[in-house]
Design a protein around this ligand. Structure first.
Ligand code: 13P
Length: 250
């Protein structure tokens, strides 16, 4: 069985004071439990230094929410994968639907970002997911399949084994609407077989997280599905008690 992974995506939230309280609360809670799930937080880039200081030696990994495809140079405002690695990041989210929608990120660009992350020794959390209109038009499998295919085409087999995938139906993000466990499992199973077609080893190893209004009260049922290996948590990751309850469920 694949180990479970729960990742908080703070999005553009936080302040040094609030982060200190939240991180301390999570670490304290993790210290009390002896759960087997791994946990991480992906924070706004200015707070990576704070994570590196506050989480040294703690059972909570950290990461960023985006990365440049470029290694260095004249790219104002961009953050290179090597810089994230320099701050002790283990993870970086790539292709979140908010970046695809508001920053025009294409499937190919997202794949390039995953490659840049892997080249720097980071684990990319590759997000895929359909909009409500696409689901209603019965295009979910095609849309998610194409998003995944771009990544599988660019990465070599060994690299594919090192990614994490997150299925986040866009219509479930921040809306309080969750995919039913069966709906989520169906897409996760499709992603798993797509991985298997590329590499059997990767299909067995790669964690496929579910994201989209995952909360303490629906986490157990979602996480019980055969191909749901954890969660990518937005709103509920901003409260230590809720985030810990999801980790506990995992
Ligand atoms: P919510 O948990 O707030 O729906 O956000 C999910 C998400 O987008 C995580 O990346």
């Amino acid at each position: 069985m694949r180990p479970k992974l729960v990742v908080g995506n703070w999005k553009m939230n936080g302040s040094r004071a609030n982060n200190a309280t939240l991180l301390a609360g999570i670490v304290e809670g993790l210290g009390q439990g002896n759960g087997k799930a791994s946990a991480a937080v992906c924070v706004p880039a200015p707070y990576l230094h704070q994570c590196a200081d506050a989480l040294a030696g703690a059972p909570l990994a950290w990461g960023a929410q985006d990365v440049s495809v470029h290694a260095s140079g004249a790219y104002t405002g961009e953050v290179a994968a090597a810089m994230l690695a320099d701050f002790g990041c283990r993870y970086v989210i790539v292709g979140h639907s908010e970046r695809r929608a508001y920053h025009g990120e294409s499937d190919e660009l997202v794949a390039q970002k995953a490659l840049a992350a892997l080249n720097a020794g980071l684990t990319p959390i590759v997000c895929v997911g359909e909009t409500l209109a696409q689901r209603e038009a019965e295009q979910t499998n095609a849309v998610v399949g194409k998003q995944m295919a771009a990544v599988l085409e660019l990465l070599d087999e060994g690299m594919v084994e090192r990614i994490v995938v997150a299925y986040e139906p866009v219509w479930a993000i921040g809306t309080g609407k969750t995919a039913t466990p069966a709906m989520a499992q169906e897409v996760h199973a499709q992603l798993r077989s797509q991985l298997r077609a590329r590499s059997a080893a990767a299909a067995d190893k790669v964690a496929i997280l579910y994201g989209g209004s995952m909360k303490p009260d629906n986490a157990v049922e979602l996480l019980a599905q055969a191909d749901i290996d954890g969660g990518l948590i937005g709103g509920a990751a901003l409260k230590a008690a809720d985030f810990l309850a999801i980790i506990q469920a995992a």
